[in-house]
Design a protein around this ligand. Structure first.
Ligand SMILES: C[S@@+](CC[C@H](N)C(=O)[O-])C[C@H]1O[C@@H](n2cnc3c(N)ncnc32)[C@H](O)[C@@H]1O
Length: 279
């Protein structure tokens, strides 16, 4: 889940704060995807993982728990999100977190990551080729890269439905501008990675149910979640009076139509991309 077009400075401000506040519901929304991503990342053993745009740290924590003899470094530009990650990993001796722009990150010591992982944290670079080239120069020769990202907006019904009920702008002018759907096009992403020195690219298309609400009042849970995070939150925050009331009631109706048992679940589509270094 994320805003329609999100620059780095927004992650250090309002967007990062909302995500830090909503990390539990956000982890829930990614649930099935996280299982697939962690399974792909841990297909081979690793000594040192680098989690790019680690946010509130779920993937870092999962990797550190799965591989207690390995070390995981989470890197993010949002202090608020890193504070949550540090608290969650407080009992783990093998996960550390660092405030840094991943496109300029350098290892502090001699150990170089042999696994670079990210759950939806790599679509916000202004110059993705430069960022992935830089990362390729910081990691071990045999490093693997495994990340998830949304497929194109048109493949993601959750985003299309939110835009239509809110009359929100469906996309930024440039679909490749930094933001949640910037890595939607497979060939475009493949071109970035190949130019940055990565090879053996694999793209796995993952369709899953994004859980927005659950429990005794799943509809209220989902409505309040979307009013805090993502494109709906932004659009609604800019409305007032009756326009706002009408938007919230259309949002509730759309979410209610996506009820599955005691959950509100919206169709989402992602890539899990993996690669190795070409050296
Ligand atoms: C969509 S969120 C995903 C967060 C986390 N990986 C998760 O799955 O919950 C994107 C994250 O990337 C971070 N981010 C954006 N640009 C970054 C950069 N240049 N370097 C490091 N982190 C960045 C944001 O602060 C945010 O935490």
């Amino acid at each position: 889940m994320s805003d329609a077009s999100v620059s780095g400075s927004e992650w250090t401000g309002r967007t990062g704060k909302s995500w830090a506040h909503e990390w539990q519901r956000t982890d829930r929304s990614f649930g099935p995807l996280t299982e697939r991503l962690v399974a792909e990342a841990t297909k081979a053993s690793f000594e040192h993982a680098l989690d790019i745009g680690c946010g509130a740290g779920e993937v870092s924590v999962r990797l550190a728990q799965t591989s207690p003899s390995s070390h995981v470094s989470g890197v993010d530009i949002s202090e608020e999100l890193l504070d949550v990650a540090k608290e969650r990993a407080a009992d783990l001796g093998n996960a550390t977190f660092e405030l840094a722009d991943a496109s300029q990150w350098q290892p502090a010591g001699k150990a170089r990551p042999d696994l670079v992982v990210s759950r939806h944290g790599v679509m916000f670079f202004d110059d993705p080729v430069a960022a992935f080239t830089h990362l390729s120069q910081q990691v071990a020769r045999d490093a693997r890269l495994v990340f998830s990202c949304f497929r194109e907006r048109s493949d993601n019904l959750w985003a299309r439905e939110l835009s239509s009920v809110l009359d929100a702008s469906p996309a930024s002018a440039d679909p490749r501008a930094p933001g949640p759907f910037a890595f939607g096009e497979r060939d475009y992403v493949a071109g970035i990675l190949e130019r940055a020195g990565w090879e053996s690219l694999q793209f796995h298309a993952i369709d899953y149910g994004m859980v927005a609400g659950e429990g005794s009042d799943a509809l209220e849970d989902a409505t309040s979640y979307f009013m805090r995070i993502g494109p709906a939150a932004r659009a609604i925050s800019e409305m007032g009076g009756e326009e706002r009331d009408r938007a919230i009631s259309r949002l509730r109706a759309m979410l209610g139509a996506n009820r599955k048992g005691d959950r509100i679940e919206l169709p989402a589509s992602c890539w899990i991309v993996s690669a190795t270094l070409a050296r």
